[in-house]
Design a protein around this ligand. Sequence first.
Ligand code: FAD
Length: 411
Amino acid sequence: MSEIFYDLGIIGGGPAGYTAALHARKNGLSVVLFEKDKIGGVCLNRGCIPTKTILHSAELFSELSCADSLGITVESAKVDFSAVMARKDAVVEKLRKNLELTIKNAKIDVLNAEAHLKDRNHIEANGNVYECAKIIVSTGSQPRELPHIKFDHEFILSSDDILSLAELPQSILIIGSGAIGLEWARIFSALGSEVTVVEVGKNLLPIADIEVSKRVERIFKTKKIKFYTETSVDKIENDTVFLSNGETLCPERVLMSVGRVANDAEPIEGVEYLGDVSGGIQLAHCAIKQALRCVDGVAFDETLVPSVIYGTPEIAWVGAREQDLEAGTYEKSMILISALGKSHCDNCTDGFIKILTQNGLIVGAHIVSKEASSLIHQVLIAIQNKIPAKKLREVCFAHPTYSEGIFEALT
Ligand SMILES: Cc1cc2nc3c(=O)[nH]c(=O)nc-3n(C[C@H](O)[C@H](O)[C@H](O)COP(=O)(O)OP(=O)(O)OC[C@H]3O[C@@H](n4cnc5c(N)ncnc54)[C@H](O)[C@@H]3O)c2cc1C
């Protein structure tokens, strides 16, 4: 067993780990990064990137099916599911190769091995002990199971399993309507599968502002995505799903997306725990910011992390939800997306922009709209920098855009 010395040792090569590694190298530190699977972590290999790549194909197909109304005749649009999945694999591989090259060029030592934290200064991997002046653990999270329902990886699938489906299921039941469940519901629905969502909460997307949740339910009805709220799955037996309301359903597949659990990591004083493993917000941009705060000392307010749910229309929010504010202590301004010229040009009139203010300062924004993933940052910059709503109104927003909806919502 030999001893090897580094300024920084990092276990886990996802967004938190690779960001910390790259920035530490920029600061001149020697860095060793342990990754037992693939560089890029869940985000690049099993999360953000593959899902959004498949979603793009699904949305194109969905748009083509109503192309007639836009004056475009499409003879026969068909989904070639294996080609959709092959493109997803190609995008992931390309991005991973780019990342690996960036890491190599930065002269970070990468070990493709499972690493074990021994104490605040020692990591063991491949029979060697690595002494590190500082250690970061960024080992991520994994799909959660329910106490009475486990993944069998054939019928009951996790968000990992779904990425290696060989065929598009004709019907799928999704347990849970958080970000992952909703995104997959929209993907499968757009590809033509019959989708049913089962949510134990009072509304779909219970983590969102109540008006967003209600709008999502309306959108699902329009898209003929069947859903149950205040309903749980009692058991699954012989490919049959038994709901708490007495109904039984026989979908071709089940996706269980009921959250993610942080991977085991016994806290050791002096060791930094970043990203999903830290037990906080499980989003890639949060992991990245935590890494920048840790390595570069960049300020990061974890109460201002934007959430985005992709699909048509996009959903994005940041800051306070209306149900969290005391009545009479806030003002609400809202505009329907259909009031914006651009939404009619694009045939995307569904949604709204809602802004919550207190004492002239914006405290929350909730957007359901095409481009919501970009729009939310305009409001976030104002919130974070305490730019009064009045000042934001003075900005000249281009026409026709969705951005002018922010201006309109504030007038
Ligand atoms: C389907 C899905 C969609 C998502 N979409 C989005 C999205 O659109 N936007 C967003 O912000 N977030 C999204 N997320 C969440 C995002 O992927 C995670 O928040 C992010 O990947 C967390 O980064 P991380 O660095 O903490 O951990 P991870 O990305 O989980 O990386 C941890 C790495 O550590 C490695 N590892 C674990 N243990 C060891 C060990 N002992 N030794 C060596 N290596 C080890 C793992 O192999 C893994 O590569 C999505 C997640 C899923 C599942």
